[in-house]
Design a protein around this ligand. Structure first.
Ligand SMILES: [Zn+2]
Ligand SMILES: [Zn+2]
Length: 324
């Protein structure tokens, strides 16, 4: 992955001191070349929203890149197009057609509306040289997630069986080809994936009446990243982070006393409590309601560490954080 500076970082660096670390992490050093080197582990927030149709916040989707190899967490609405936008903004080397490994935190629609897109679109464009220069078509997409993910995936493929039949039939762009190949792994807590670059550990979170909801910890050669998915307060998040490099935490919203919110999500006070116990190098909020200025202020009043509300397509040079 190469980096292209598209926003003058100096213009946004001058705000909160607590945000400076995050901005430094997501902006090239001033004066750096467009092809400045970076650490092995990168994090790109493809989508930072929730079910609300905020045009600036697509559905939850986060990609961890280690040596340019992508690992996706969640597939909210627009995930494939957000990936294309990230390529344009950051000159990612990894294309969605390179994706081999994905993880799903839970089956709420805002985290899975892009699942059909993730399965079908790379398969559809695999023969198009404009989009599929590397890795296209070889091997199944492997998706790790909670019980029920296999059934959801099978139903989606069944829903699109006519599309698949037409595209692979006579005259179709994939004529004579195979249908999309997807391998679903339904998970429990513990190490769910390991290769030469990353170990991924799933841990259970509290998300209202969902019996199966997970967060994920990524341990790479130069960084540890914890992504909560959707969760109410649980000490498990801090236990998994333990001074990790980046804690990507949902919510942190101020002033929602509803029983639903308390059972399913984290208030600003909850996030501050977790962060004070976890002490990440950088706390990144996502799954947001707008800019969440009130929630951010409430967290900063209770937690002295660096914290930032992520925006869509924001990139973090995670390995570089560890050197600070
Ligand atoms: Zn959600
Ligand atoms: Zn949810």
């Amino acid at each position: 992955m190469r980096f292209r500076r598209s926003v003058p970082c100096s213009a946004i660096r001058s705000t909160f001191a607590a945000a400076a670390l995050a901005l430094a992490a997501s902006c090239a050093p001033l004066g750096a070349s467009e092809h400045a080197p970076h650490s092995r582990t990168q994090l790109v927030m493809l989508g930072t929203g929730n079910p609300a149709p905020d045009p600036d916040r697509f559905g939850p989707a986060t990609v961890v890149l280690v040596d340019d190899v992508p690992y996706l967490v969640d597939c909210g609405v627009g995930v494939v197009r957000r990936w294309a936008a990230a390529i344009r903004e950051h000159r990612l080397h990894a294309r969605v057609t390179d994706l081999k490994t994905a993880f799903v935190t839970h089956l709420h629609s805002d985290h899975t509306l892009g699942l059909a897109e993730l399965v079908l679109t790379p398969w559809t464009i695999a023969g198009d040289a404009r989009f599929a220069k590397r890795g296209a078509g070889d091997g199944a997409l492997e998706i790790h997630g909670p019980k029920g993910l296999a059934r959801m995936t099978a139903h989606l493929l069944a829903a699109y069986d006519e599309d698949i039949r037409i595209r692979t039939g006579p005259g179709g762009e994939n004529a004579g080809g195979d249908p999309p190949r997807v391998q679903v792994h339904e998970i429990d807590a513990g190490v769910v994936f390991r290769d030469e670059r990353v170990t991924v550990t799933a841990f259970r979170v509290r998300h209202g009446t969902w019996r199966e909801a997970f967060g994920f910890r990524f341990d790479t050669p130069d960084a540890t990243i914890v992504i909560t998915g959707d969760t109410a307060y649980t000490p498990e998040v801090a236990a998994q982070c333990r001074r990790c490099d980046i804690l990507v935490h949902e919510g942190g919203v101020a002033g929602d006393p509803s029983a639903y919110f308390r059972a399913f999500h984290s208030s600003a006070e909850d996030v501050a409590r977790t962060a004070n116990a976890a002490r990440p190098r950088l706390l990144v909020l996502y799954h947001q309601r707008g800019s969440n200025a009130a929630g951010l202020a409430a967290i900063r009043a209770r937690y002295p560490g660096p914290v930032v509300v992520a925006r869509d397509l924001q990139r973090f040079d995670v390995g570089a954080l560890a050197d600070r």
